[in-house]
Design a protein around this ligand. Structure first.
Ligand SMILES: [Zn+2]
Length: 704
């Protein structure tokens, strides 16, 4: 993705990041038989822990029995009610890949996904040849004799390894590519134009805190990181003496870049990262880097200006280029090639990479089984080829239609809510309604599937396949520069269990992968659907109006369409949420910064509110009461809240929880449930909660 700042919801981002890092050949989940689809979770009233008080901790009331019965698997950083859905989605993809891989007559995208899959699954070849596969890249790096060669070698890495253009991930800290991030970006001032952007980057740890924080825990992790870098150099064939010296250089360069980087709270303000520099200014900022060569190697068209997220960062890049030897740069770039290549080589590389990024950083003891790593990888690189098979099995047109209706109903709640807001002027309301109606809602999968035919995929070299798929994507991204924006493009693959709002495209996007149980079922009762997926839909809808989203207009331009008085009132209301979520989390030894999570927390609070309004309207239209017990003994209102909480039930390893709190703009699941509900009188009414109880927050925070 090429967005400048976070637009995605990151539903269950913990689970997702655990998957992204995951691996190993230990089939812990007992799901090797390809055709067997696991049973999906669904809220069931008998799961509730009646020994807990709903008004003291609703999350534990809903989730503690479920969590106790579903311990975190050794290959995961988290357990959650969506875990069976991950397995379900991945099993469907696996079946499609097995079939494609076995079909000797396969052509086109079927052959591509089949070959990619086989190259990943073939551990024997990977173990035998992985180290040799890396050699051409290391030779390219060895050809760097002075800083004059840096643009060429850097462009080689930016094209062949992830992911210079990925300027946000599931967080918004920096590009996880060597030296800096580079790619297309929608112009913040004119969203119809795709321009070029340069982002801070060059650091492999998850966020600046890991480099700069002086706590004992951080120092210890940095010690482990240094050892890890050294180990990776050794695996690539360096002596331990050389590897130790190289690791030290890498750490120095990454730390210097971290010191000059903008923190993730400041980056939430789009204006702060919108700095236009023309080529001459860019050259003046980093005179010792050959920009012309770099841009030429990257295949970038000539553009009037570049958006630079952190001008001060460029000073640090210049300082490093000016003072570092060719040998230092070789060490630093070798690290990035080995680090980014590791998951695509033999077991030794993959395991060492996991030991640090999976275990030390996320606390996950074991890699996921090989087949699941390979499914995730194929989905990542060839997702729209693979996604067609997924949709055929898991997302019939009836589901698409029902999901589309739900999104429409919930957006209608926002329209009605906006019209009767007492704190917003008529003038701003009018603009908000224009923006709302201009939002494009996308459900399930793209209208036209991406054509990967120019990516050269082979059956027996996994690293080369990743390089080819990466180069395909790099080219596809760079090619957007200077061209009109395509609002119909998807930033997630169809089988993804997530959703996102894109403020510059002004779209909300719900892949087929999340439109499944326990979140959504075409035949699931309305209260459960509205509580679970309805909240996610409301969440994305509100993102267009959270602390970031509200700064963009209907066209997606960064333009202040709020009166100063409305802005003041918004900030005042949002401050209540910021304060509510700014908290010590003693069990994990970290403090949550409510400003970092403000956008997501606002979207959670508004999202559940919109979903409730839509359900109320739905019940009213059917002449039914939300407060009369139904067949299972629960009122619709109670089931709505229970289904919501149930969809977030999760247990998180402490390491992963700490990483999440420090580097991710999403609150932990426990807070994503309890905090919004404690602001809702509808919740207190449904469960008979009284003033002074923990689930009754005073004051009631509310923006939307
Ligand atoms: Zn979100």
């Amino acid at each position: 993705m090429h967005r400048w700042f976070s637009a995605l919801c990151c539903f269950l981002c913990l689970t997702l990041s655990a998957l992204a890092q995951a691996k190993n050949n230990n089939d812990l989940v007992q799901d090797a038989s390809a055709a067997q689809l696991p049973k999906l979770e669904k809220f069931d009233p008998s799961i509730v822990d009646k020994s807990k008080n709903a008004c003291v901790d609703f999350y534990l009331y809903t989730c503690s029995n479920w969590i106790a019965a579903h311990p975190i698997a050794p290959d995961m950083a988290v357990t959650s009610t969506s875990r069976p859905l991950f397995l379900y989605n991945q099993t469907i993809l696996r079946n499609a890949l097995d079939a494609a891989g076995a079909n000797k007559q396969a052509t086109g995208s079927e052959r591509q996904i089949g070959d990619y899959w086989r190259s990943c699954m073939d551990e024997v070849t990977r173990n035998a040849n992985g180290k040799a596969w890396l050699q051409p890249h290391l030779s390219t790096i060895a050809s760097l004799k002075s800083s004059k060669d840096l643009p060429r070698v850097l462009a080689h890495l930016h094209q062949n390894f992830p992911a210079a253009w990925l300027m946000w991930n599931d967080d918004d800290n920096y590009a996880k590519a060597p030296i800096f991030g580079f790619g297309p970006a929608q112009d913040l001032a004119d969203a119809s134009k795709m321009v070029a952007g340069i982002d801070q980057g060059g650091m492999a740890l998850p966020s600046l805190d890991y480099y700069l924080n002086n706590s004992e825990q951080s120092k210890e992790l940095r010690g482990k990181y240094l050892q890890h870098i050294q180990k990776m150099f050794e695996l690539a064939g360096d002596s331990s003496g050389k590897a130790a010296a190289e690791a030290k250089v890498v750490m120095e360069i990454e730390t210097a870049l971290a010191e000059a980087s903008m923190d993730n709270v400041t980056r939430r303000d789009p204006k702060k990262i919108y700095n236009k520099l023309n080529l001459q200014q860019l050259k003046a900022a980093v005179p010792d880097f050959g920009w012309d060569e770099y841009l030429q190697f990257m295949g970038t068209p000539s553009v009037p200006f570049y958006i630079v997220s952190t001008p001060g960062f460029l000073g640090a890049v210049e300082q490093q280029i000016k003072t570092r030897s060719a040998q230092d740069w070789q060490a630093y770039l070798r690290w990035w090639a080995i680090h980014r290549g590791a998951p695509y080589l033999g077991n030794d590389f993959e395991q060492a990479n996991f030991d640090f990024f999976g275990t030390a950083l996320s606390g996950t003891p074991q890699m996921l089984p090989l087949w699941r790593r390979c499914v995730a990888s194929t989905d990542h690189y060839l997702g729209e080829a693979l996604g067609q098979a997924y949709v055929t099995v898991a997302f019939p047109s009836e589901s698409k239609q029902r999901a589309n209706e739900l999104v429409t109903q919930i957006r209608q709640s926002l329209v009605e809510e906006l019209k009767q807001l007492d704190w917003m002027s008529e003038q701003t309301k009018k603009q908000a309604l224009v923006k709302q109606s201009a939002t494009l809602q996308k459900i399930g999968y793209p209208n036209t599937w991406r054509d990967y035919s120019s990516a050269k995929i082979v059956s027996d070299n996994y690293l080369a396949n990743m390089n080819a798929a990466n180069a395909f994507e790099a080219h596809r991204q760079i090619d957007k520069i200077g061209k009109p924006v395509d609002r119909n493009e998807w930033g997630m693959t169809p089988a993804t269990i997530n959703a996102y709002e894109d403020p510059q495209m002004n779209t909300i996007n719900f892949p087929a992968g999340i439109l499944q149980l326990p979140l959504f079922g075409e035949n699931q009762d309305d209260a459960s659907n509205f509580g679970a997926i309805g909240m996610v839909i409301g969440h994305e809808t509100i993102h267009g109006f959270d602390d970031q989203g509200r700064k963009f207009d209907a066209k997606g331009d960064l333009r202040d369409w709020w009166t100063p008085e409305d802005t003041r009132r918004y900030d005042e209301k949002d401050k209540c949420i910021v304060d509510q979520y700014s908290q010590e989390i003693p069990e994990f030894g970290v403090k949550q910064n409510g400003y970092l999570t403000a956008g997501e927390d606002t979207a959670d609070n508004g999202g559940i509110h919109l979903a409730m309004l839509a359900l109320e309207k739905d019940y009213k239209a059917q002449g039914k009461s939300m407060d009369t017990p139904e067949a299972d003994g629960l009122t619709a209102r109670q089931r709505f809240f229970l289904a919501y909480a149930f969809s977030w039930c999760a247990d998180v390893r402490p390491e992963a929880a700490r990483t999440q709190v420090l580097s991710n703009p999403h609150s932990l699941p426990h807070f994503r449930v309890n905090r919004p509900l404690s602001n809702m009188p509808e919740f207190q009414q449904a469960f008979g909660c009284k003033d002074g109880q923990p689930m009754v927050h005073n004051p009631e925070c509310r923006v939307w």
